[in-house]
Every structure is written in structure tokens, then in C-alpha cells.
Ligand binder design. Structure first.
Ligand code: DAK
Length: 257
């Protein structure tokens, strides 16, 4: 197994576990990742996903050994499958956190960017080295990076193939927090727990509205938000939480119904 999976208290931790190759993404890793994402998506007990890497890398990119001899047709299939897997994370109803523990290069940086929120340990390193290998980023880097850090910085990082550290990633908004390396998973769990104790239908509707709005104009985006807001009024969670507020109390746990 190249990817491990563990669920604790509504939080699924997906760990890329191929440390001998710095967790490089080959077809086996991508296939297992895709299967585990489906498992998490289909498990009603899972509210939040954490994706991390075992060893000194988060993911050091797509597997260069495996890629080097691909024909254009195979490269297309590889790229399409990777895109499908990363899009599955992005479009999952459930929020995802990348806990970036080390190298997040090429496909690794792209994997982190497909997650909703990124946290980094101090040893994390980010970059898109592809143009130095004679290729373009192929798992969404050209599309997601400018949406996250803005055009100028994304173009600078992609055109120069330079690697940046955790503090610089924080400064440009590529990650939302930097922690001590041995605190990273605690920080990820703390964040996941904060999300998990809220009303999951509302969290999921919020994610869907944010993502839909980021691909459209403000008027269309606001229409998505209005729809998401309205959908919450058919839930028991909205009724329970607002009734509790009016009665000066709080719901102890949401039913997620
Ligand atoms: N692929 C395969 N093996 C890798 C690897 C990778 N990306 N990164 C590291 N490894 C392997 C090394 O070959 C080495 O294996 P052995 O020699 O021990 O057998 C082992 O992991 C340990 O690596 P190092 O000895 O190099 O470790 P260091 O600490 O010295 O250096 C490093 C760490 C991260 C600086 C270095 O390993 C490195 O530069 N790695 C490559 C990083 C990189 O360039 N990543 C981007 C890959 S390109 C597309 C689809 C996808 C993509 C593009 C297009 N389409 C189909 C359109 C994505 C492209 C990429 O991700």
C-alpha cells in the first residue's frame, strides 16, 4: 500500500506513504488515492479530510522515472487521471486540509493546492519545477496557483521553477499557517475538529458556494450563495441552532440533517 487511511472522530487522514521515493506520484499512488477519496466521500461518518505525507516529503512531484518514457498518448492519460483525482478532492462535498510536512513540489504542490486549506510545517518547501524538466505543470498548477496567490507571483514561481519555504508560502497566501514540524498534525486536527463541530450541511454548502463563485462573476456567485443559504433552511440543524440561540443556549452536537 502506498497510501494509508485512518478515521478518528469524523476526520479521515490520508497519508501518502512512499517515502523511499519522497512520495512521488506514480500511477499506483494516484489509483490508491482515488479509491480512498471515494471511501471518504461515501462514509457518512467522515466530515473532514487531512492529506499529508510520510517521511521528509509531502509529495516531491509526479514520478519522474515513470514519466520519462511516456508517449504523448500515455502522458495525456496520466495527466487526465491526475486531474480527475485532484478535482475529486476539490469538488468533494467534504472540506480538505493539506498538512504539508516537507517537499511539495510539482504534482505535490498541485495536490496541496487542490485541498481547501493548507497548513505547513517549518520544513515545508513549495515549488513548480516543471519548466526545468521541459514540461508545464500538468495537475492544475497553471490554473490553481494564480487563483490562490495571484497572477504575478504564480507566474514568477512557475516561470522560474524556484522553490520557496514555509514562511514565504505564508507571506504570499499559499498556506494559512506555519507550525513547528512536530506540531503540524496537531494543528491540522485542531483545525479539522473546529470544522467538524459545526453543521456539516452548512459547511458543505459554503464550500460549494465559494468554489462555484470563484469560477464565475459576482452576480452568478451571489446567486449560488443565495441557493446555498436557502438550502440550509430545510435542515434540522438550522432550526435547532437558531431555536437554541433564541433560548440563550447552544446545540451540543449537530445532527447533520
Ligand atoms: N519522482 C521520482 N523519484 C523521486 C522524485 C520524483 N519526483 N523525487 C525524489 N525521488 C526519489 C529520488 O530519485 C531518490 O531515489 P533513489 O535515488 O534513492 O532511488 C529518492 O526519491 C530520494 O530523493 P533524493 O536523494 O533526491 O533526496 P534529496 O533530499 O537529496 O532531494 C529533492 C530532495 C526533493 C530536492 C529531490 O529529490 C528532487 O529534486 N526531486 C524532484 C523534484 C521535482 O522535480 N518534482 C517535480 C516533478 S515534475 C503532467 C502531469 C504531471 C506533471 C506534469 C505534467 N501531464 C501529464 C501533462 C507533474 C510534474 C511534476 O510533478
Amino acid at each position: 500500500m502506498n497510501v494509508s487511511y485512518e478515521v478518528t472522530d469524523h476526520i479521515a487522514v490520508i497519508s501518502i506513504n512512499r517515502p523511499e521515493a519522497l512520495n512521488a506520484l506514480n500511477i499506483d499512488v494516484l489509483t490508491e488515492l482515488e479509491q480512498l477519496l471515494s471511501k471518504a466521500d461515501n462514509d457518512n461518518d467522515v466530515y473532514v479530510l487531512i492529506i499529508t505525507g510520510i517521511g521528509k516529503a509531502f509529495v516531491a512531484g509526479a514520478d519522474i522515472q515513470q514519466m520519462q518514457n511516456l508517449s504523448p498518448v500515455e502522458a495525456k492519460a496520466f495527466g487526465e487521471f491526475g486531474n480527475l483525482v485532484f478535482r475529486k478532492i476539490e469538488t468533494s462535498a467534504k472540506p480538505s486540509i493539506a498538512a504539508v510536512n516537507g517537499y511539495a513540489l510539482g504534482g505535490g504542490c498541485e495536490l496541496a493546492m487542490a485541498c481547501d486549506i493548507r497548513l505547513a510545517g517549518t520544513k515545508a518547501k513549495f515549488g513548480q519545477p516543471e519548466v526545468g524538466l521541459g514540461i508545464t505543470p500538468g495537475f492544475g498548477g497553471t490554473q490553481r496557483m494564480p487563483r490562490i496567490v495571484g497572477l504575478s507571483k504564480a507566474k514568477e514561481l512557475i516561470f522560474t521553477a524556484e522553490t520557496i519555504g514555509a514562511e514565504e508560502a505564508l507571506r504570499i497566501g499559499l498556506v494559512s499557517k506555519v507550525t513547528a514540524d512536530d506540531e503540524l498534525m496537531n494543528a491540522a486536527f485542531e483545525l479539522a475538529n473546529k470544522i467538524a463541530k459545526n453543521a456539516q450541511i452548512a459547511v458543505r454548502q459554503s464550500k460549494a458556494a465559494i468554489n462555484a463563485g470563484m469560477q464565475s462573476d459576482i452576480v452568478t456567485g451571489l446567486a449560488f450563495e443565495a441557493q446555498a443559504f436557502a438550502a440550509c433552511f430545510s435542515t434540522e440543524d438550522q432550526k435547532d441552532a437558531m431555536t437554541a440561540f433564541v433560548n440563550k443556549s447552544k446545540v451540543s452536537a449537530f445532527k447533520n440533517k
